[in-house]
Design a protein around this ligand. Sequence first.
Ligand SMILES: *Cc1c(COP(=O)(O)O)cnc(C)c1O
Length: 324
Amino acid sequence: MKRLRLANLPTPIQKLDRLSDELGVNLYLKRDDFTGTEVSGNKVRKLEFSVANALNQGCDTLITAGGIQSNHCRATAAVAAKLGLGCDLIVRGENPESIEGNLFLDRALGARVHLIPPEQSREEKMDEVVKNLKEQGHKPYLIPVGASNAIGSLGYAAAMEEITKQEQELGIVFDTIVIAVGSGGTYSGLWYENQKQGAKRKIYGFAVDHNREIFVETISNIINEMYRNEGLEEPAQLNGILINDQYIGTGYAKSRPEEMTFIMKVSREYGFLLDPVYTGKGFYGMISEIEKGNFKNAKNILFIHTGGLQGWTLEQREMALKIL
Ligand SMILES: *Cc1c(COP(=O)(O)O)cnc(C)c1O
């Protein structure tokens, strides 16, 4: 599969020395929030493959969808602008005046933002946008939510290869890799490459929206398609897809006071900032589980900071500072 070079790679791996000492485990942070400024986060790794495929097919416009503060939409807008492609974003939201967080960046990067109310289906709007573009003589390319299909997920298979190389340089092996899971592509890519290597790293995903069963099914489907695309035999059973859905809290992009307290504690005491939608919940889940003794066999843990700092809304900023 072809690949574009869009992300600032390899991203560094930093040991969290003080937190490691306090928890009695070696804890490392992979800074995928450093993949770039406009493209910051995990989505650009997937777009390296998705957009290569779009260009291969001669497409001139990228269409994708997401939540109101979608990091994926913002990264797609940045990549489209960089490559001189058009970009249409189908975003769920009601306030057309809003220029908060990623919405500002979407617009600043020249994307056409189509806000849809909760009752309208994404597919319906997407079909409408595609139809209009085709009538104007354009060739649109549809990227699924989060670029989480068998093509986009190759970005995290490549990231797993990058981690393997860094393990050799650092002289350590990560027995445990932890991420937040939103649409499943990041998890799928990591799992696929880990399995292909015959490696024994455990990959833990902390769900930020759907329950465990839904994610195990979604991720299994993506991984099976990745195997098929490579002409490889699918594993009969995908054992060891480890999803924890106990830290979703009050729902997608909604924060509980204890999560905000945790995020502020981490930034003030350890000097790095998490986002409230993904990494804040994932890191909170991981630390809570370590403290409960549920990561007993883990010695070297790698948490991937998948970005999201551009998505902090005014409401979330106020909540975080108020509860301190
Ligand atoms: C999208 C996203 C995730 C989740 O990745 P998926 O591949 O969708 O599961 C995690 N963190 C951030 C900041 C994201 O934007």
